[in-house]
Design a protein around this ligand. Structure first.
Ligand code: MTE
Length: 322
């Protein structure tokens, strides 16, 4: 029987749900301003294929990674829905450094060199440390967590991340008592990640959490997914996963983590503060200024589901906000 889809009033098109910066970027192109940059970035955005590829690039494993993936699943995190097909999750990404289309990151992020990779952790800590990615992997005990991810654009997926609790990394550097926030930063390589040539946007991508949120057991640093190392389009070699918050908080390809005593400026909040707040907890009662947040669409099946407060993780995190 053919499946006839009748659009409900609350359903939004992907276009409508495009973050503000994409509109700004397109408008810039149309206006013909910033010609040099627009021309360069235009090459990137203009040439992206329009439909998902049948095959996506194979993830390369180094010798160490062969000895640590896959990791044992932590049974504490249970899903209420099937895991999203990998082929969809890995070809429908937001990674604006590599383009504003969902299909752009799988193509253009492959240019990013993820080894060697250093993560500098400092600020208000007793033991500031720069970790080499592979050295860090050797010291961490990895686990798999199947978690929902809810994008502010009203789509959702459910994926098996592999990594370790953020708190385990923070404990290594011994945060000082006066540290109240954590600031996380993505690499800045505008000639590799040509989205960063858009000088009117506040690159590099920066995100932040309160120290309490960062130490919460649900805050996770992912280095793998679907039983293997993280592909570049998902934020290799290390990205944040904070599943009770909208996806834009889950910053990819982290190079710097700083403990601070002020609320850090963040990428989306700086671009459009009225649309993307700092806390960004998933909440069906608070609409985005341009669309409702009461429902979400699974990216693989197209199933429409009610949005859950804290994306269904209230038992772990609600206590932080009372
Ligand atoms: N991190 C960086 N550095 N750049 C980005 O553009 N996009 C965010 C987040 N992390 C983004 C990022 C958004 S909006 C979402 S929804 C998730 O990554 C998407 O993660 P995924 O592509 O692995 O599904």
């Amino acid at each position: 029987m053919p499946h006839i889809h009748i659009k409900k009033e609350w359903e939004i098109s992907d276009n409508l749900a495009t973050p503000e910066s994409t509109y700004l970027r397109r408008r810039e192109f149309l206006k013909g301003t910033a010609l040099t940059t627009a021309a360069t970035v235009g090459v990137l955005y203009g040439c992206g294929p329009s439909s998902p590829p049948n095959v996506f690039p194979e993830v390369k494993w180094n010798a160490l990674e062969k000895s640590i993936y896959p990791a044992k699943r932590n049974p504490m995190y249970e899903l209420d829905r099937p895991i999203t097909a990998e082929k969809i999750a890995a070809t429908y990404n937001n990674f604006y450094e590599f383009g504003s289309g969902k299909i752009d990151p799988v193509h253009y992020a492959q240019k990013l060199n993820t080894r060697p990779w250093a993560i500098q952790v400092g600020g208000l800590v007793n033991k500031p440390t720069t970790f080499d990615m592979d050295d860090l992997l050797k010291t961490m005990s990895l686990e798999e967590r199947v978690l929902r991810l809810r994008c502010v654009e009203a789509w959702a997926m459910a994926v098996p991340w592999i990594g370790f609790p953020f708190s385990e990394l923070l404990k290594k550097v011994e945060p000082k008592a006066e540290a109240t926030y954590v600031r996380l930063e993505t690499f800045y390589q505008p000639f590799t990640a040509q989205g960063q040539l858009a000088f009117w946007e506040p690159w590099p991508y920066v995100e932040g959490l309160t120290i309490k949120e960062a130490m919460n057991e649900l805050a996770f640093l992912a280095t793998g997914i679907y039983g293997h190392p993280l592909p570049k389009q998902h934020g290799a070699p290390i990205r944040l996963v904070v599943p009770w918050k909208y996806g834009f908080k889950s910053i990819k390809s982290i190079v710097k983590i700083e403990l601070v005593n002020y609320r850090p400026a963040t990428f989306w909040n700086t671009l459009q503060g009225l649309e993307y707040d700092f806390t960004a907890n998933v909440d069906p009662r608070i609409p985005h200024p341009r669309w409702p947040q009461t429902r979400e669409k699974m990216i693989d099946t197209g199933d429409i589901r009610p949005t859950l407060p804290y994306n269904g993780y209230g038992e772990f995190v609600a206590k932080m906000y009372t």
